[in-house]
Design a protein around this ligand. Structure first.
Ligand SMILES: [Fe+2]
Ligand SMILES: [Fe+2]
Length: 305
């Protein structure tokens, strides 16, 4: 494949109106499929009647910006007027772009996403109670991230955090596992126990994520630190550095990150999702072992009730 082209997700095709789209001939030649400004016919989009389409790499940044704008507007509309499934889908698309798209665009656009969610969580009780419970099984990393984001916003609104603080935590939640994008998918897409070598490699998603976020120059160091330290534990048993002085934001995202698979997806030790109470019971044992702060755990429990 020519390096100058990037595939477009079929589900997002209608968002690329202002960009030329290409397909590849049998001889692997890029050919123009539609011009800038043209829109594919709706029926064609609905039935996915088009070949694999691509944009030029040079259009990626502008396209990502346009995508975020459309997706944020769509999120705003769904948060205030539609049911949970469309909200979940809107968040799925946003998180996917945040994990796979250019970080300089995410840096500009994600704070707006969190503002919209913050408003939604402040006003919509159903959102608070149910959004994270809707997870599907399509893309585990994206679903996991949407759940972490939802639970984080739930925590922020329940405890009356300021919008500015919620913005930092919301963006941190979206980016906490961005380092996983650089790992083979089988390392983060499985419920089965990883081998020792695999687990060692998996652990590098923390440092990889940290360096990616810092190198982008688009986020504050505290957001990168959450990516680095969300698997650290207060008793020193965590990774990558076994540190015991863990910044508060990283502790919170770390706690939610441990709760999420237990409650929604199951783990290698607890194959099926546990009931919320049982998940909290499992986490409580980790609090007793000294891995998480007792106060933080209590605060988290209270926002779930
Ligand atoms: Fe992680
Ligand atoms: Fe995670």
């Amino acid at each position: 494949m020519d390096e100058d082209f990037i595939p477009v997700k079929k589900s997002q095709i209608s968002l690329f109106k202002n960009f030329p789209l290409f397909y590849f001939s049998k001889e692997n030649e890029p050919l123009l499929y539609k011009k800038e400004g043209e829109l594919l016919k709706e029926a064609r989009i609905k039935d996915k009647q088009f070949p694999d389409l691509f944009i030029r790499t040079s259009d990626r940044e502008n396209a990502s910006h346009a995508l975020y704008k459309t997706m944020n507007a769509h999120l705003e509309e769904t948060v205030f007027s539609h049911g949970l499934v469309p909200i979940r889908q809107a968040l799925h698309a946003l998180v996917q772009e945040a994990l796979e798209g250019p970080l300089n665009v995410s840096g500009k656009m994600l704070p707006e996403t969190i503002d919209i969610l913050f408003q939604g969580y402040s006003q919509n009780k159903i959102l608070v109670e149910s959004l994270a419970k809707l997870s599907s099984t399509s893309d585990k990393l994206v679903e996991h991230t949407v759940n972490i984001l939802s639970l984080t916003m739930q925590f922020c609104t329940f405890h009356h955090f300021t919008q500015a603080k919620a913005k930092v935590l919301g963006v941190s939640a979206i980016l906490h596992d961005i380092g996983c994008i650089q790992l083979p998918p089988e390392l983060h897409n499985t419920k089965t126990q990883l081998s020792d070598t695999q687990f060692k490699e998996f652990q590098t998603h923390t440092t990889k994520g940290y360096h990616t976020i810092i190198a982008s120059g688009c986020f504050t160091p505290e957001i990168a630190t959450v990516a680095l330290a969300h698997h650290e534990r207060r008793d020193g048993s965590g990774y990558p550095n076994g540190r015991t002085d863990i910044p508060e934001d990283a502790q919170l995202i770390g706690l939610i990150n441990s709760y999420e698979p237990l409650a929604y997806r199951g783990t290698s030790r607890h194959e099926d999702p546990q009931k919320p109470f049982d998940s909290l019971q499992i986490l409580k044992n980790e609090v007793i072992e000294g891995k998480f702060s007792r106060q933080l755990f209590v605060n988290f429990c209270s926002c779930l009730i």
